[in-house]
Design a protein around this ligand. Sequence first.
Ligand SMILES: [Fe+2]
Ligand SMILES: [Fe+2]
Length: 190
Amino acid sequence: MLALVSSTDPQWVDVALSNLDAVLVDHLHCELKAASNATSLITRYLYHPALVRGLGELAREELTHVQQVHDELARRGLSARPPDEDVYAASLRRALKDHGAEPLLDRLAVGAIIEARSCERFQLLAQHAPTPELRAWYHDLFASEARHYRLFASLAEEIHGVERARDRIQRLAEREAEILSKLPVLPRVH
Ligand SMILES: [Fe+2]
Ligand SMILES: [Fe+2]
């Protein structure tokens, strides 16, 4: 269902579960970036009604996730801190440059792949997190990221045509697997 061409390194689950606090601190920024990316796409592409509607709903949902992660941090007595450098997302944004710029299509493809990878990893946390409450929460997040992946992919197909959109997302998925294989396994969402 997801476009990903690689699976997360099995070590990641152990690394994440042994420092779930760090994962949560990073997760807060992922949700914030997801909301602000959606808002920025709406601002830039206001003339695409399907995009404005779909990403407006997505941004609202991401802000709900921001609040949920923030609440979980508070329950654990943790506070947010500034984000670490996001090498993964920055590398993805650069990844398609060699194949000619397609500004909107590329942003939708990057959105689709980030949501897909988050979806895959939240599913792992839904299976392995230490408490039933956390497993249920990560399961909800997994389902939500699956919907977000489908939204980005379907907007790309609607606006740019099915074949071009699938080709671009596939190409990016291949680059994403290479990028991820070169990054250290850290207690982060990506
Ligand atoms: Fe989210
Ligand atoms: Fe999302």
